[in-house]
Design a protein around this ligand. Structure first.
Ligand code: GBH
Length: 470
């Protein structure tokens, strides 16, 4: 018998969702169209032609969902606001859209659940994509205006504000690989998007800070556990440096060290737009953050070619014309490991989360006195409901338990981790996979829209209620 793992006092237990993935009501109360609406209606882009038109119908069922959170002992709820609901054309304010988030916030507070707001979880108003999207610098300024509008409506009741969710995905899956909305495949545009997302973060941070110095402000990034296939092989080590550079350091370094990593800029020199970064941008981007949100799911073992041949190999990969998110490192190979996988095909690598949190604290957030929160972690598995809709999801439960043990280990090693948000509260629209992949600890029956907590939810309620891992 091992002893239960106790978490620090005040550790924040929550769950997370995102607007486009759960709300539905895509045409209600003046909501504008967003890039995921357009993308999901484009044949061949999303599994089985699924869209977010109805999703979990959270827009109408939010009160029931908040009660569910309370019943599950959740202390905090991380949700995102839909820019196109608040600003249907990306510019002018839609009062009815803001009212929904106001009702949601009131309901959360009434049930004793701390609201944690994310301003952007991938659903750019289509009108702004039509004007160039994130590769266009103007969108960063529009984002700051949007942040101001949301703060004007909710700032009196919400303390935790994160600007962006996973800008890596928006930039590289959306504009380089084309596997996410808006489905474009242009390397330099993806880099423009990445920089303008960060700039938008910096501008929004400045607006929010000046409106209320008491807010807890930050951003959420996705991180991957990257290891070389053969640590003794220089090509493999270089591949790991590159993928770690693009997936992890490309965003964290401008935010917390004031500049893009030199080795990554070097990898990108053939595609980096010369005029992209203007004077003052990096000062804005590196504005003080109170917290960093860490999304962690998995990682990769990578292999390269000898460094002297890397550029040739990248050219060859590009010439094959297969769009990839790994801009500038097209030649890197991914070596599947003989470990358990989730239904997404992602490797289960809990130890990577300990290493990541310890590294972030030591190299980035610790020195800056920025708190770490795990803002997403969870897994999709092929759930089998019984006749009552109950799912005995031992696999998901084990995934979460192992990753919570990894978080606990990082805290024991000194990392300042203040909370954990499980992805996700509900089964929902899993982007390009539609409703085919289920991440919820609560099952959603997409015919009746009925919610049924799974075994993992009951278990997680126990953890959240006792502040310790059994
Ligand atoms: C998150 O993104 C999103 O924020 C959320 O909306 C989504 O529903 C959820 O995850 C589940 O997909 O390099 O081995 O880690 C996930 C971001 C980035 C995670 C790419 C998987 C590739 C596998 N993903 N990553 S790995």
């Amino acid at each position: 018998m091992s002893t239960p793992k106790q978490f620090p006092d005040g550790f924040l237990w929550g769950s997370a969702t995102a607007s486009y993935q759960i709300e539905g009501a895509a045409r209600e109360d003046g909501r504008g169209c967003c890039i995921w609406g357009t993308y999901s209606r484009t044949p061949g882009k999303v599994h089985a032609g699924h869209t977010g038109q109805v999703a979990c119908d959270h827009y109408h069922r939010y009160a029931e969902d908040v009660r569910l959170m309370r019943d599950l002992n959740l202390q905090s709820y991380r949700f995102s606001t839909s820019w196109a609901r608040v600003m249907p054309d990306g510019r002018s304010i839609n009062r009815a859209g803001l009212d929904f988030y106001s009702r949601l916030t009131d309901e959360l507070l009434e049930q004793g659940v701390v609201p944690w707001l994310t301003l952007y979880h991938w659903d750019l108003p289509q009108a702004l994509e039509d004007q160039g999207g994130w590769p266009s610098r103007d969108v960063a300024h529009r984002f700051a205006d949007y942040a101001e509008a949301v703060h004007e409506a909710l700032g009196d009741r919400i303390h935790y504000w994160t600007t962006l969710n996973e800008p890596w995905c928006s930039a590289f899956l959306g504009y380089a690989a084309g596997r996410h909305a808006p489905g474009r495949t242009d390397g330099p545009d993806a880099l423009r998007a990445a920089h303008h997302l960060l700039l938008g973060h910096g501008l929004a941070l400045q607006v929010l800070r000046s409106r209320d110095p008491e807010l807890e402000l930050g951003i959420t990034l996705n991180f991957a556990d990257v290891t070389p296939a053969d640590p003794g092989d220089p090509g493999d080590r270089d591949a790991a440096r590159r993928i770690d550079g693009m997936s992890n350091r490309f965003f964290i370094e401008p935010l917390l060290r004031g500049g893009y990593p030199a080795d990554v800029l070097d990898d990108l020199r053939a595609v980096w737009p010369e005029d992209l970064v203007r004077d003052g941008d990096l000062d804005l981007i590196s504005g003080r953050m109170d917290m960093l949100g860490v999304n962690y799911y998995s990682g990769n073992t990578v292999t390269g070619v000898p460094p002297e041949l890397a550029h040739e190999a990248a050219d060859a990969a590009r010439a094959l014309g297969r769009p990839t998110e790994h801009v500038g490192s097209e030649h890197v190979g991914f070596v599947p490991q003989d470990v358990p996988h989730t239904a997404m095909g992602w490797e289960v690598r809990p130890h990577g989360l300990t290493d990541l949190l310890v590294r972030l604290d030591r190299d980035y957030t610790g020195p800056a006195s920025t708190d770490l929160y795990v803002t997403e972690n969870g897994a999709a598995y092929d759930d089998v409901p019984d006749d009552d809709g109950f799912v005995e999801d031992t696999d998901r439960l084990a995934y979460v338990a192992d990753h919570l043990a990894a978080v606990h280990a990082a805290i024991e090693q000194g990392a300042t981790v203040r909370g954990y948000f499980l992805w996700s509260l509900l089964d929902n629209f899993e982007w390009a996979y539609g409703y085919d992949k289920r991440f919820g600890i609560v099952r959603v029956d997409y015919d009746t829209l009925e919610r049924t907590p799974k075994a993992s939810a009951q278990w997680y309620a126990g953890v959240a209620g006792s502040n310790r891992l059994p």
